[in-house]
Design a protein. Sequence first.
Length: 183
Amino acid sequence: MNFIDLLFKIKNRLSKVIRHYIRKPFIGALGKGSNIKSGVRIVGNPYRLKIGKKTTVWQNAVLSVGNGEIVIGDNCSVSVGAFLNSTRGKIIIGNRVGISAYCNIYSCSFGFSDGGAWKDSYQVADVVIEDDVFIGAGAVILPGVTLGKGAIVAAGAVVNKNVLAYTVVGGVTLKTWYTMASK
Ligand SMILES: CC(C)(COP(=O)(O)OP(=O)(O)OC[C@H]1O[C@@H](n2cnc3c(N)ncnc32)[C@H](O)[C@@H]1OP(=O)(O)O)[C@@H](O)C(=O)NCCC(=O)NCCS
């Protein structure tokens, strides 16, 4: 490692610690070693956001908590530009979950089946993402979905139904690709 690399390493370590202690009093929970990077926006009541240990929320992610709740476990990564919207309802995320860049996760949306105007018909249903799930870049997780332990969601998928444990899914009309050997 050269001198410049070393300087950046020290600077990054320091800013990680400083950002942790600046954010901590203004969030429901922020576990030891967790880091909220620059440009992350928390919208609504930040005390309804709870983050476990050693989790990183990367640059420009938006956590829109509103009157809902977002719970993120330990050792997770919420990547650049991800959008988690729990304006109503809950988004519950387990441990060691990878949420790639520009994913969208919603526990609330609008319902259209009653034929009313979109604004009159609110749809609220919790999203549960179990341990060890990986969600590829740009995937959209719609209200009411549970992603089972160890599931993988392909980049760009739109997930509108539950995904079983250790299953790989992808596509816009979601297809089960295969089941992995469970550990
Ligand atoms: C889901 C994923 C893990 C599957 O990987 P895999 O099992 O190795 O699958 P393969 O790459 O062998 O592809 C299998 C088939 O699915 C297709 N495919 C791969 N990824 C796809 C995607 N995201 N959406 C639609 N089809 C996809 C391939 O073209 C291939 O089709 P074919 O058999 O007709 O040629 C991977 O494709 C993926 O989407 N990874 C996410 C990567 C990412 O977002 N990284 C973020 C940065 S950390």
